[in-house]
Design a protein around this ligand. Structure first.
Ligand code: GDP
Ligand code: MG
Length: 438
């Protein structure tokens, strides 16, 4: 996806504002990306429609190219989809808190029960866990083991193989011994069946859970979503745990699941160990779904370093052909503040083409040389390159420790750039057009 979007950006790079056509190109890619990330197609459609509405009306920020602007809208809309969830568990007044774990077999319920117990202990809570998965003796053993690893108590009356009475037994033990949270691990099935739903409804009636967490295996994507809807209808779901986010799943399931079930994602699981549970962070999943974390962080960097005002000033200079060596140096400073040159040059307004023109020939070292040369010029020379005759060039070369050829080359590059900017200014037309010199 990353590459694909980069191409779109490259194509959008020269657009001055978002047009319906450019937006459509970007949206086509985003639609593909989301489908590839296993987001439900209905969700994709609704989402893309929303982004289109916003993008077509959007006023393009001067500091962002139209392509970046579209990405930003996409990111904002995705975050909006997740709501302002902070992850973790919402506060409840009831004690004890009762958490019912729901999900298909193998989704990660038992593992997540242990992870959650450990997480709660870290929060200063005193959880007790209980397995109601009586069909497979190994399942109870598995939870006992996980509880031991997490350092929490597992309620496990020998010989009791009734799911409902196991759950109520844990409630009783919690009340008597002062545990403040009960996590009820349940049986799963490979596919939803009525028998399981009836069992879960009975457990629910007996323990009156405060939380009903649906554990979705991020790697199974669409299947997990379908069952999420079913569990929600039959038993109710108050939050989602997205397990196995460490696999190569793109997490598209996350987007679908919130759309289908309409409840927040509470946690993500990212490994088999009990530590591998994180309170859900929407921004991370959004970056991951789009597969363009780098691009997004670059946008953020550009936003923080190049203020809109600076960008507007620069644009005005370009339009009026007022770009001086001093501006050139300022641009280099900005670039330096932003980090590795190659990644970033293309993001600055007007710099994308300059980068192309320089054909990737500048590296950070050369940049330092360029800066040294400009710094060796007097402020007057920087403002007016026409002063730079032969003797001044020789003085600058000596002062900067570079050769006269290098000084000449730099001035030529600067003049080429100015010429190009004049062309860009001319193309942009309007305000500055009449004032162009030479
Ligand atoms: P259950 O049938 O729903 O109780 O699922 P389990 O908790 O037994 O988990 C099924 C398998 O998935 C086990 O092998 C777990 O170790 C594994 N698993 C659970 N959560 C994660 C996770 O976040 N990442 C990875 N890589 N494996 C997980
Ligand atoms: Mg289990």
């Amino acid at each position: 996806l990353s590459n694909r979007l980069q191409d779109v950006f490259a194509n959008l790079g020269r657009e001055v504002r978002l047009t319906p056509e450019t937006v459509e190109i970007a949206l086509r890619e985003i639609r593909m990306a989301l489908l590839e990330a296993d987001v439900n197609f209905k969700v994709v459609k609704a989402f893309v429609d929303k982004v289109r509405d916003r993008a077509v009306d959007a006023e393009v920020l001067k500091s962002l190219s139209p392509g970046q602007q579209v990405v930003r809208i996409v990111r904002d809309e995705m975050l909006a989809l997740f709501g302002d969830t902070q992850g973790g568990l919402p506060p409840v007044s009831a004690t004890p808190r009762v958490i019912l774990m729901l999900g298909l077999q193998g989704s990660g319920k038992t593992t997540t029960t242990g992870k959650l117990a450990k997480w709660l202990v870290k929060q200063g809570k005193h959880p007790i866990v209980v397995s109601t998965d009586v069909r497979r003796p190994a399942a109870i053993e598995q939870l006992n083991l996980v509880a031991k690893q997490a350092g929490v108590r597992a309620h496990d009356p020998a010989g009791n193989l009734d799911p409902v009475s196991r759950a109520s037994g844990a409630m009783q033990e919690a009340r008597t011994l002062g545990y403040d949270t009960i996590i009820v691990d349940t049986a799963g099935r490979l596919h939803i069946d009525d028998e399981l739903m009836v069992e879960l409804e009975a457990i629910k009636a007996a323990v009156q859970p405060t939380d009903q967490l649906y554990v979705a295996d991020a790697m199974t994507g669409q299947d997990a979503i379908k069952s999420a809807g079913e569990f929600n209808r039959r038993v109710g779901v108050t939050g989602v745990v997205l397990s196995k986010m460490d696999g190569d799943a793109r997490g598209g399931a996350a987007l679908s699941v919130v759309s289908v079930v309409g409840v927040p994602i509470a946690f993500t699981g990212s490994g088999e160990r009990l530590e591998d549970l994180e309170a859900f962070h929407p921004d991370r999943v959004v970056s991951r779904v789009l597969g363009m974390g780098d691009v997004l962080s670059l946008i953020e960097k550009a936003e923080s370093v190049v203020t809109q005002e600076d960008a507007a000033k620069l644009e005005k200079k370009i339009l009026e052909n007022d770009f001086t060596l001093e501006d050139f140096r300022e641009q280099l400073q900005t670039i330096k503040r932003m980090g590795p040159l190659e990644n970033i040059l293309g993001m600055l307004p007007g710099m994308g083409q300059i980068k192309q023109q320089m054909q990737g020939k500048i590296d950070d070292k050369q940049m330092a040389h360029v800066e040294a040369i400009i710094l060796s010029m007097t402020p007057r020379e920087r403002r007016n390159h026409q002063l730079l005759n032969g003797s001044r060039r020789r003085r600058i070369a000596r002062g900067s420790g570079r050769s006269v050829e290098e000084v000449n080359r730099l001035i030529k590059q600067f003049l080429d750039m100015k010429k190009m900017m004049k062309m860009m200014g001319g193309l942009a037309g309007g305000k500055g057009g009449g004032k162009l010199r030479k």
